[in-house]
Every structure is written in C-alpha cells, then in structure tokens.
Write a protein that binds this ligand. Sequence first.
Ligand code: SF4
Length: 370
Amino acid sequence: MSGIYIHVPFCKSKCTYCDFASFPKEIGKTESYFACLYREIEGRGRQLKDKTFSTVYIGGGTPSVVPSKFIAGAIRQVKKFFNLTPNAEITIEINPGTVDADKIKEYKSVGINRFSIGLQTGYDDQLKRLNRVHTAKDFLLCMNLLKGENVSADVLLGLADQTLEQVLKTAELAIAGGVKHISAYALTPEVGTPIYTDYLNGELPSGDEVADLYDGLKEYLKRKGFNRYEVSNFALDGFESKHNLNYWMRGEYIGLGVSASSFIDGRRFTNTFSIDEYMNAIIYNKSPEISSDVIEGDDAEFEFIMLALRTRYGIDLAEFKKQFGVDLKEKYKDVLALKAEYINVTDKNITIKDDYLYVQNDIIMAFLRD
Ligand code: SF4
C-alpha cells in the first residue's frame, strides 16, 4: 500500500496555535501555486509510474478555502499521471465556514470520498480564542452538507480552562453531526506561536490534566462504538483512515506541494517550506526538496517499531522479519523483558497494553539502539 499527500498552504487566517505551513497572506498566489503543483504531480507521477497508490490525502492549510476547481484539477492530474487503485480512499481536509454545497458536489464528482473536518471544539468562545474562523453552528451546517458521507472530525485537548465536560460535549456534537472517525490531538504550544504566551503564563492545563481529558474522552468514545486504533485516532468499525494506517505501517508515500514529506524506496525527503522557493524550483525544473535521508539498518527498524507501537495492531512480527531479515523477539529480547509489564507479546505481534498507549514514549525509546 502507498499513499499520495498533497499540501494546500492557504488559510483564511492564522490560528493561535498553528505552526503548519499555512500562509493566509499569500492566498493571492493560489492560481500560480496550483499550476506548479500540477506540474510536480506530472513529474512525480512519471518517476513513480511503476508503483501503485491506494490513498490520496489533500491537507493543509485549509484546502477548502481555495476554489474547488483547483482541488478537482489536482485530483484529475493525480488520476492521469499516477496508478491509483480503483477504490482509492481520497480524503480532503475542510474547515467549517469555507465550504458550500457546490464545493462538496465538485469534490465528490472527482472521486473525493472522505472528509476530515477541523472542528477542534464545540465552544464558540474557545474557537474565537484560537482564532478559528468557524462557530459550532458552522460545523453542523457543514455536516448537513455531508450527510451520509465518510467524515472525520479533529478535536483539540488542552485548551485554556477546558473541562472534561466540554471535551465530551464536543465529541457529542461531532457524533450527533454524523462523524464516523475522531482524531483527538493534545495541543502543543510551539515556540513562536501566539498560544506559547498562554503556556508561559501558566494558562494551559498541565500534562497530567490533558491526560485526564484524553482518558475521559477515550472511555466516552468507546461507549459510543468508536474504537481507538492509534493513540490519537478513534473510529467506528470499518472507518479507520487507510491513508494514516499506511504511515504507521511504514508504507511508502509521496508528498506533493510546499513542505510535503515523502518516503519512497527507503529515502525520506521534504519539499521547501517557502511558496516562492517551491514555485521557482518547479518553474526552472529544479527539485523543490530541501532535505533527503536514506534510512537503513537499526534506524529503519526503530522507525518501524515506533510507528507500529502507536497502533492497536502493534508490530507485525512476520512483516518485520520480511522487511529486515531479523527475528525481533530475539534481537530485542532485553527490551521485551524490561518492558514486559507494559506490552502484550504473541506469536504474531507485539502491542502496548491499552492503559499505556497514551504514555508509550518510554516504552518505544527502549528499542532505540546507539
Ligand atoms: S486552519 Fe489549520 S493550517 Fe490553517 S491556520 Fe488554522 S491550524 Fe493552521
């Protein structure tokens, strides 16, 4: 399984916690950016003509902020130059307040079959404080446009003064709206973002308080039939994100557009974070890559272990042997003994016990070899 990621680096405004490659002031470059993106899609598609891809993910930024004809054009271009499986999962990230019925219709007409909505919280005062452009009502209007579709919602944990009741009400709102999948991320106050000041002022909850919000949400979602299949991801049966599962299985993916990362043939590489640099590179037939690393040996094994242990499926021992020619239970028997209390080991796989999945870092780091 391999995936395609397409980055749309435009938003209406900048959220207070955002350190993604999104540039609200550069939205005037939309047309020229997409012209370059189409060219990169063609070039990469020709290079990768021997591979087959089964997912496409259009992320951002806010892909739904640009006219839908550009998104439709990107999908058509992907279908023209890449081998896509006939039933490929094609996801677009959308933000409430930036879509209407015509946009959704055009998305669906080119085969987009999964929608990921940035809800974050169901409380308008919190949305305003985060500088999000939507309200809870906008979310419900958006869900109304997406009736019967495969929809996921993002929820943020760790907002200033956020209570468990608010987190659960937000999840309730999402479920009432009809979502089949919820991603719950702990807010990370990155240096340089406005919310970092709130963090320095002690206005954000502590790590333990966020862990309590997470545990409460996990239990609530379980009761509603949403199974946790990765640390931050919960889904009704059959609605797991195939695109993200591919990342966690250390599958290959090609990233297209500004800041997009790729993992192809054992090499990880990333495009420039500057829109102008990206467009210049494409126009002058240069590579937009700014970094490239071949991952091999213990580093590759560690990546596989780290990614797999984030999921409820854990490390597939046969797959590990197939990829690295190594018996994991033998090579890492010291780690397995050291962490026995926290992990389940069977003949087929190794998983982190349910209660420890949220605090998996220590367990995972024990697999790191010097
Ligand atoms: S919508 Fe997303 S990408 Fe855009 S500014 Fe907000 S957090 Fe960043």
